[in-house]
Design a protein. Structure first.
Length: 368
């Protein structure tokens, strides 16, 4: 009995917190930012075959893989097998939660987060979920049914939630890694070999790269490189080495990304929630080319509109994003320092403090 009381006391003083989410790096990096602030033992539950396993284990966090079925908004025969995988995922997550006995589960979204959230509900473990995008996704809408709190990045997102869940909503912003706040522009320019006098453009198509943006930028290089230095994250599948002057392509940037983004005079990319959060944290002007509805649920279009309306970004739809449109847009912005400064200030106004610290503080308060 004494050992049991001691064990319970230890768990109160040093709680285990479970994290869930994955499918893309966009569901992982914000969670890692929160984990970095917690100072507690974290157990991450994700897809056994997803990208999250390497990202999480590289961060030194224990990972538990479970089966996961994809959530689709359309009819497909694959939905039947995915239902079976989702049920198996719930059962596997229940086993993990009973073994680890976390004090709370924090979900960062993605289809793989649904089984752990349901499992936590079945085990009587409180859970919170966080939505990065302006428009809540299907996983968030499902998780909201079982969660105590629904954390959102934008105040406008609260009204997009089903009415019965709005009282659970807390506006926190979208967490970014701590390194963003101590990024060094000079170090970033040194890393890519760009001198202090040359305007620098950072092109980023998300963690996996963007085939469309890659092709667009490659077509623009002959007109841009004589005037600007282009840093280009292409994604590992499409990376092409180059010895062109004023051009630094890379398959992926990791620890050096905050410094590179801090060094950029202009950022060109998609409108994923994490990219926008990083732009806000560093106060960077941007040209956004959101994924069209034909390739997504339209969340990036909504995200981009928030930054366009704030005056933080020039938004160009994919069907309008041609070299004939992009080259003059880049040249015009980089030739207008006052406008770049205003756009950067507008981006910074969307930052909302330090969301990772805010979320970690709320979690620890809940556990006291």
């Amino acid at each position: 009995m004494a050992e049991s009381r001691a064990s319970a006391e230890t768990r109160r003083e040093h709680p285990v917190i479970a994290f869930a989410g994955g499918g893309t790096a966009g569901h992982v990096f914000p969670g890692l930012a929160v984990a970095e602030e917690l100072g507690a033992r974290i157990v991450w539950i994700g897809s056994a075959s997803g990208v999250e396993r390497k990202l999480v284990t590289d961060a030194g966090i224990d990972f538990r893989g479970i089966p996961a079925g994809k959530l689709r908004r359309y009819l497909s025969l694959r939905n039947l097998s995915d239902v079976a995988r989702t049920v198996a995922g719930v059962c596997a997550a229940v086993r993990v939660l009973r073994r680890e006995r976390p004090a709370l589960l924090f979900s960062k979204g993605g289809f793989v987060s649904v089984p752990p959230v349901v499992a936590a509900w079945l085990c009587g473990i409180p859970s919170w979920t966080h939505e990065s995008d302006f428009d809540p996704g299907l996983a968030t809408r499902i998780n909201a049914l079982f969660c105590e709190k629904v954390l959102v990045s934008f105040a406008e997102t609260v009204s997009a939630l089903p009415e019965r869940y709005r009282e659970k909503a807390v506006v926190t912003g979208n967490p970014v890694r701590k390194a963003l706040y101590s990024a060094d522009a000079a170090r970033g320019r040194a890393f890519v070999g760009c001198d202090a006098a040359t305007p620098m453009v950072f092109v980023i198509g998300g963690s996996l790269g963007s085939s469309f943006i890659n092709g667009l930028i490659l077509s623009c290089l002959p007109e841009l490189l004589p005037r600007f230095f282009i840093v280009h994250q292409m994604g590992s599948n499409e990376f092409r080495a180059s010895l062109r002057k004023n051009y630094f392509p890379s398959p992926f940037f990791a620890a050096e990304l905050p410094d590179i983004m801090a060094a950029a005079d202009l950022v060109i990319g998609r409108a994923g929630a994490n990219t926008l959060a990083e732009l806000a944290a560093l106060g960077k002007p941007s040209i956004l080319i959101p994924l069209p509805r034909t390739g997504s649920r339209g969340d990036q279009i909504a995200n981009a509109e928030v930054f366009r309306a704030a005056g933080a970004s020039l938004v160009i739809s994919e069907h309008e994003a041609t070299p004939a449109r992009m080259v003059p847009a880049v040249c015009s912005l980089l030739g207008d320092r006052a406008r770049l400064r205003e756009m950067g200030l507008a981006a910074g106004s969307r930052g909302g403090g330090r969301p990772a610290e805010t979320i970690a503080r709320l979690i620890l308060q809940r556990l006291r």
